[in-house]
Every structure is written in C-alpha cells, then in structure tokens.
Design a protein around this ligand. Structure first.
Ligand SMILES: Nc1nc2c(c(=O)[nH]1)N[C@H]1C(S)=C(S)[C@@H](COP(=O)(O)OP(=O)(O)OC[C@H]3O[C@@H](n4cnc5c(=O)[nH]c(N)nc54)[C@H](O)[C@@H]3O)O[C@H]1N2
Ligand SMILES: Nc1nc2c(c(=O)[nH]1)N[C@H]1C(S)=C(S)[C@@H](COP(=O)(O)OP(=O)(O)OC[C@H]3O[C@@H](n4cnc5c(=O)[nH]c(N)nc54)[C@H](O)[C@@H]3O)O[C@H]1N2
Ligand code: SF4
Ligand SMILES: [Mo]
Length: 766
C-alpha cells in the first residue's frame, strides 16, 4: 500500500548524534531548567500574562491566558515561547557598558554573544568618526529623527520586523504615507511575500484561508517546505491529533500527513509532544505518512506530477473547477502534457512516490496544504505557491470546512504588519481609499522600496534616512558586505529594538546611528493587538518591565511623538493616539476586515478577521471565482566546479539550503548546536555521505564553502538525512557568502537554493 512507499533510496541516514524523535524529553528538560531557575518566577509571570506569545505566528495566548489557543485549548505554550521570553527578561545593559566597549570590540561579537549582552536599557548614538556608542538625550533624538524624516520622501525609508504591535505598525505606515513615502520595507519581503503575491492573484486575499478550528477537521495535511517541529511546534499537536495517535484525542482520526522536504527532518517523522505526556512525549508520535524528498527548488515539478496523477487516477473535480475557478483548463492541459520523465527528472522523486501522494490526497475528503520558507524562498517562489494552490483547487479542497491552503507564517505579528498596510507591494483598494480620505489627498503613486530594493537603493546612495521598527536589516539580507555598505551610505539610521544584535554593530549609518530601547509586548503601559497566521486577532494586556531603572520607551509613544514633530496635527492628533484605543478606532475604520477593532476595548473580544477564512468556494475576485495560473517547470542547473575560481580541482558543487537551527530565532542565535540534526555548532554543513564520498571528502572533515561573493572556512562536514545534491547551513552566518537570486514578482531572495562549491583547501590536511 501507499503507506509503505518511501523515497528510493530513503535519504534518512543519521549520524551518531541524531536522536530518534523530534521534541521529546529534551523539551521538558529545557522547560524545567528555565522555569525552576532563578529567572523562573519572572518567566512564569510572563507566560501567564494575557498576551500573545512573542515567538511564532501560530499565535498562542492572549485574553484567555498565556497557555490557551483561540479554540480554548489549554497547554499550548511550547519551548520556543520560553526561549523567546528568557531572552527578553534578561537584565539590562549597564549605563557604562558602551563607554568601555569600543565599536571594533563590539564587532567581534557573534549573534549569540550580542543577544546575551542583555536588554537595551537606554538610548545611544554612534556619531560619525566616533569609536563608541554614547548615551543621548530624548530631545536630541527627536531633533535628529525629525530632521531625518524631513528629507525628500523618496529618500526616507522604514524597515520593520513582525514582533511589534498592530498599533505601532499602523502608526509607522501612516507617518510614512503622510510624508509621501511608500518605502515601507518589511521582513515579510524576505519571507512569505510570494505567498501574499500568489494568493492575491488567485483569490484576491493574501493570507491563509484555514482557521485553526477548520484545520482540526482535516483528514489529510500536506506540509511542504516547513520545519514546523522547530519553528511552529504547536502545529505539531494538530498533526499528532490528525494521525490519531495521541492519548487525549480518542477520536482516532487516522488522517494522513504528507511531508515534502529535501531534508528528512526528524521531528516531521516522529515528534514527542509534552501536550500528550503519556502517549507521545517519550515514544514519539508518528507524523509523516509519506515523506518525499525533492531536489531543492523543484516543488513545482513535484506538484505538477501530483496533479497529473490525480487526473490519471480520476480525482479531478471538474464540477468544482467549472463552477468556482477560471483558467483551470490550462492547468489540466499542462499536467497532462508534461511527461513523467520531465517531472521525475526535475524533482528527483519517483513516479510511484508521487502517485502515492496523489492517492492520499485524492482519497481524502478534506485536505489542508501548508507551506513555509522551503516554498517561498526560491527564484520561482510564486510559481511554487501557485502549484500548491492549483493542486488544492483541482481536488475541490478550497472553500470548505477542514480544507484549504495555509501559508505557515513567520514572526508572531508579521501578518498584522501586512494588514496594517506596512508594505511596499501595494495596498488593498479599500484601504488605499480609506487612507486617502483620512489624509485628504492621494497617496504617493511612486513605487516604494521593498527590502531588497531598499538595500540596492541605499547601495546607490539614494536613501538619506531609515527608521527600523525592530529586526536586523543587516543580518537578514544576503550578501552581508553589500548590506553593510548600503546601510553605511544612509545618513541617519534609527533602530528601535529590545535587544542588541549584529545589525547594531555592523549596520552603521554614515552620520548618526541611534538605538532606541523599547518595551516589548508584555511590558507596554497600554493594550495592543497582534494577528496570528490563522487570522485571529489577539488583545495583549498592559504590563510592566522588570527594568525599573532603565530609560525605555513604548514604540507607540516614540512613533506618535516623532510623527507629531514632523506632521503637527496632520492628518490626526498624534499625541492623542498615545492612548492606543484611538489607534484601534482608526484601524477599525480603515483596515478591511478589522471592523471589530472598534469595539474590542469595550468587549475584550478577540476575533477572526472578516473575509479571510473560506468555508465556501466564494472568492473575493471580481468574478467570485479563483484564478488559476500555469506553472512552468524550473530549469535547475548548478555551475561546475571549474566555473568557480577555487584553488583546487577536487570538491563538488551543491544546492545549499540556508535555514534555521533548532535554537535560534531568525538572526538571533540562542544555542550553538542543533541536536536534532546532529550538528554540534554553527559552522557545519549537512551533506549526504554519497556526495561527500564521491568528492573524496569525509564526515567531520573541515572544508571551505564558497558562494558567489565570499567563503566560509573550516566548515565541518556532518552527514545527515538530506538528499544528494543538496546541503544545509545556518543563517545568518552563511549570508556572508552569497548574493541570492531574487523572485521577481515578490522581491524575495532565493535563500533555499544557493549554489556553493565545497572543497578541502590544497595543502591543508583535514
Ligand atoms: N523557533 C523559531 N521559530 C520561528 C523562527 C525561528 O527562527 N525560530 N522564525 C519564524 C519565521 S520569521 C519564519 S519565516 C518561520 C520559518 O519556518 P520554516 O520555513 O519552517 O523555517 P526554515 O528553517 O527556513 O525551514 C524551511 C524548511 O524548508 C525545507 N526546504 C528547503 N528547501 C526546500 C525546497 O526546495 N522544497 C521543500 N519542499 N522544502 C525545502 C528545509 O529543509 C527546512 O526544513 O518560522 C518562524 N518561527
Ligand atoms: N539566509 C537566509 N536569510 C534569511 C532567511 C533564511 O531562511 N535564510 N529568512 C528570512 C526571514 S523568513 C526573515 S523573517 C528575516 C528576519 O529578519 P528580521 O525580522 O529583520 O530579524 P530578526 O532576527 O527577527 O530581528 C530580531 C531583532 O528584533 C528586535 N526585536 C525583538 N522584539 C522586538 C520588539 O518587540 N520591538 C522591537 N522594536 N524590536 C524587537 C531585537 O532587537 C532582535 O534582535 O530573515 C530573512 N533572512
Ligand atoms: S507554537 Fe509559536 S505561538 Fe505557539 S507557543 Fe510555540 S512559539 Fe509560541
Ligand atoms: Mo520569516
């Protein structure tokens, strides 16, 4: 039966370090270690605070308490939440620290060392020519910042990361748009922008169409290019329940999970969840029913293959396609006319495996398709998303309970930033009109800079002022040398941040770099809101910071005061907005689907955003039908070693996946090793033993890994469960070696298919 089908050969080789299951006891040990430590009481207080988890977009916590999800289920905080909180409740950096640490010293710090310095506690400035950051007064900050914002609007930009609140995000975009600037670069440009672009084209909506409630009714989940065991751990509970293996869920749903990933991630094979201590935690629960390992960047071919097989097996839902979609004939024609050899030759997955996946999808009644960075961070990321959504549509799996398409988002409020209009990729018409009414004039029609365009523009000397609401623009971008040079051309850079990071020490402005320490989500003196990846809006209570002697500011307070100094009372009384309930009023009036924001302060009622979840196949497109687009198969080539300027003829070229380790949050590293992949430190490359041995290399050998703009030396080879031809290294360190291809319709870098040469340096004995 299809259950027995595995990749041939299965690329599941383990090394001596890898455990048998993901999650499991180490998670509990981590919890215990932290919750029982001296920081324990503070940690518990924060875990119990009525605010959403800081870490990922799955969204846990809020008004029902820190451990509850939107369906009211308890015990929904994972270890990643503890990790994120622990970083925030660290002591403050002393007022003398920056006096004693010259910049060149700070620049030697690793990501982890920078984070461990503690919480930013007072505002500092680095003036041109100075060797030290020094303390700065609030008056001077506002003078410098207001002057920076008054530069010509096309030379002023912002960058943001999705941890701040909806309220702060809304203020940022309103301040920028009131200036006449659309330069609202955001971390989502490096992340799910292809999902947003594709879903907007197909459905005229930009986010997941599946609610958590609906996911619970699925009988099959296809999880592609997402390592949720690491990055969205509570999603794993849903998969465990779907498979019906958990003790607490007697329903025995017996559903199927198809995982598509070049790397056999152990937590996606078997996961031990603390939510089901007896049945799951120690033995581990089975996750994948079928695990397919395609060539990185080839998912379009794989999904066209699945479509082809669905058609051949008689699973095409023609009635649905005729009634609810447009352009479907071309999709069917493409699938039928693409030869199996072309499909399998491109994706490297055999026809029986693809057919097994199609059978599982075709015989299931309610299928949810989820995906993350393995799909979006490719030169054809938008096609990747089209091909997944096409597969869902041809089987009628969009617009009913228990089925649909679900981009698994990144940061805990990255989706809220998009909803609030923080984007250079164009606003929804309704929101544009509402903002134009508010501003009493048209919004600028100049195309804004997204994140990559911002770096390119700055590199060409076209940006004078940049305000960063969180994040790490420097380390999140490919080609770190270019990012550093580009930011260095900007006269004034203002960082609002909770913690120091590499960007604060390497992403330095030409004249003034200012770091403003801010309160985080559970410390703000006012309520705020965030939006989860499942389109659920959570209300965060006000709180207090443990940094009682520090000079921190709320993001909302800083942004309203700055906007007031720049714009006076235009188009709103900014200072009045320091009371966030007035921002929520504005949001309720101007953001489509957010109408319930107008009453949330009275009702305290968290809500699902209107118009997002599709339980009927009625789309927001003018025709009411979903538009479908064909997906050209990618041509995936790699240069030869001889094309590289390397000092040896021995070695090999692989497609490098740059991804997260088990203990990091984006550019911030919490722990050096990744135990589930058996990678003991950051300077490792995960490879298949067949590749290494073919090139005369061996496990634990130290090699050079070279991309198109740089190299990393002394990289340790680790054998692992990855398909031949592919390798994996950790970001952000690896960003020094390559300048990525860019997905042209979304601006997203191809972080998941970086051509690299791997070789032992001549004369160096390993
Ligand atoms: N703890 C923790 N949680 C996080 C984050 C974090 O850093 N730490 N980051 C947050 C953010 S901003 C984001 S965007 C998400 C990221 O969440 P993920 O997208 O799960 O994170 P990545 O580590 O980028 O891993 C993507 C997976 O894609 C696979 N992959 C690579 N190339 C391909 C391919 O061509 N095809 C397929 N099918 N798969 C491929 C990789 O092997 C890897 O398993 O997580 C969010 N949550
Ligand atoms: N090679 C490679 N590069 C990648 C990726 C990849 O997979 N491979 N992934 C990309 C993706 S998906 C993303 S989303 C980006 C991430 O890019 P960013 O979002 O820019 O980076 P983060 O590391 O999440 O930013 C962390 C910093 O945010 C600040 N911060 C935390 N909380 C708050 C808060 O409440 N308020 C404020 N103001 N600041 C806060 C802290 O100072 C912290 O150091 O990286 C991208 N870069
Ligand atoms: S799954 Fe995500 S939102 Fe939920 S507790 Fe874990 S890190 Fe937080
Ligand atoms: Mo992300």
């Amino acid at each position: 039966m299809s259950q027995a089908i595995h990749p041939t050969p299965p690329f599941d080789e383990k090394n001596e370090q890898t455990p048998d299951i993901g999650g499991g006891l180490p998670v509990i040990e981590y919890w215990a270690e932290h919750t029982l430590s001296p920081e324990g009481p503070k940690l518990w207080k924060t875990l119990l605070h009525h605010s959403a988890c800081l870490s990922c977009s799955w969204g846990t916590g809020g008004q029902k308490g820190g451990f509850t999800n939107e369906t009211g289920e308890k015990l929904q905080r994972c270890m990643k939440s503890v990790e994120a909180i622990s970083a925030e409740i660290m002591p403050g950096i002393s007022t003398h620290f920056f006096d004693t640490q010259p910049l060149d010293q700070l620049q030697t710090l690793t990501s982890m060392e920078a984070d461990r310095l503690g919480r930013l506690s007072f505002p500092v400035i680095l003036r041109a020519g100075s060797s030290h950051y020094e303390r700065i007064s609030w008056d001077e900050i506002y003078d410098l910042a207001a002057a920076a914002m008054r530069k010509p609007p096309e030379r002023v930009a912002s960058y943001s990361s999705g941890r701040s609140s909806n309220e702060a995000a809304y203020l940022l975009q309103l301040m920028m748009r009131a200036l006449g600037s659309n330069n609202l670069a955001d971390c989502s440009d490096l992340c799910h922008a292809p999902s947003t672009a594709a879903l907007n084209q197909m459905f005229a909506t930009k986010t997941s169409v599946v609610s958590l409630e609906s996911l619970k009714q699925a009988d099959c989940v296809v999880l592609t290019g997402a390592n949720s065991a690491y990055n969205h751990p509570r999603l794993m509970n849903e998969l465990i329940k779907l498979r019906g293996a958990s003790g607490s869920d007697k329903a025995k749903r017996g559903g199927k999970v198809i995982v598509i990933n070049p790397v056999m991630e152990i937590g996606l094979v078997k996961f031990g969840s603390p939510a089901f201590p007896i049945k799951s935690l120690i033995p581990g629960s089975p996750i994948s029913s079928l695990y397919l390992q395609p060539v990185p960047g080839s998912d379009v071919a794989l999904f066209v293959g699945i479509q082809k097989s669905l058609i051949e097996q008689g699973f095409l839902n023609t009635d649905y396609l005729q009634a609810h979609t447009e352009g479907w004939e071309a999709i069917v024609e493409q699938a039928q006319s693409t030869a199996w050899d072309t499909i399998t030759g491109t994706c490297g997955v055999s026809q029986p495996e693809i057919e097994a996946a199609a059978t599982m999808i075709g015989t299931s009644n309610r299928v949810v398709f989820g995906w993350a960075m393995g799909i979006t961070q490719h030169a054809n990321g938008v096609d990747n998303v089209y091909s997944i959504v096409n597969t869902a549509l041809i089987t009628g799996n969009v617009g009913k309970e228990g089925a649909g398409v679900m981009p698994v988002r990144g940061h805990s409020n990255v989706q809220g930033f998009g909803s609030m209009g923080v984007t250079a990729h164009g606003l929804k018409q309704e929101m544009q009109h509402a903002l134009e009414t508010l501003l009493g004039r048209s919004l600028s029609r100049v195309q804004g800079y997204d994140t990559r365009a911002l770096i390119e523009a700055a590199d060409e000397g076209k940006i004078d002022s940049l305000i960063c609401l969180g994040g790490n623009l420097y380390a999140a971008n490919p080609n770190s040398a270019q990012a550093k040079r580009a930011i260095g051309n900007i006269e004034t850079v203002i960082y609002l941040a909770t913690k120091p990071n590499l960007g604060h020490f390497h992403g330095l402005a030409k004249h003034n770099t200012i770091i403003i320490p801010v309160l985080n989500r559970f410390e703000n003196p006012h309520k705020t809101t965030v939006e989860s990846g499942n389109n659920f809006v959570r209300l965060n209570d006000q709180g207090k910071t443990h940094l009682t002697t520090a000079d921190l500011i709320a993001e909302v307070e800083f942004l309203t005061e700055l906007a007031h100094r720049v714009h006076g009372d235009y188009p709103v009384n900014w200072r009045k907005l320091q009371d966030t309930k007035y921002i929520r009023q504005l949001i309720g009036e101007t953001v489509p689907g957010y109408e319930k924001m107008k009453t949330i302060d009275q009702t305290g009622e968290e809500f699902t955003i209107a118009g997002r979840i599709l339980t009927e196949p009625k789309f927001a497109t003018p025709s009411g039908k979903a538009s479908m687009f064909t997906t050209p198969l990618p041509t995936l080539t790699l240069p030869d070693l001889s094309d590289w300027n390397v000092p040896t003829t021995q070695g090999l070229v692989l497609a490098l996946i740059t991804a997260r380790s088990y203990s990091q949050h984006n550019t911030v590293v919490y722990k050096i090793g990744d135990k589930y992949r058996g990678m003991p430190h950051r300077n490792c490359i995960l490879m298949n033993s067949l590749d290494a041995e073919r090139a005369g290399l061996h496990q634990h050998q130290r090699v050079t890994v070279q991309g198109n703009v740089g190299k990393l030396k002394q990289v340790e080879i680790i054998y692992g469960a990855i398909r031949p031809g592919a390798a994996l290294m950790f970001y952000p360190e690896v960003n020094v070696i390559f300048s990525a291809d860019i997905e042209q319709r979304s601006g997203t870098p191809a972080f998941k298919r970086v051509p690299v040469a791997i070789y032992a340096e001549e004369g160096v004995v390993a």
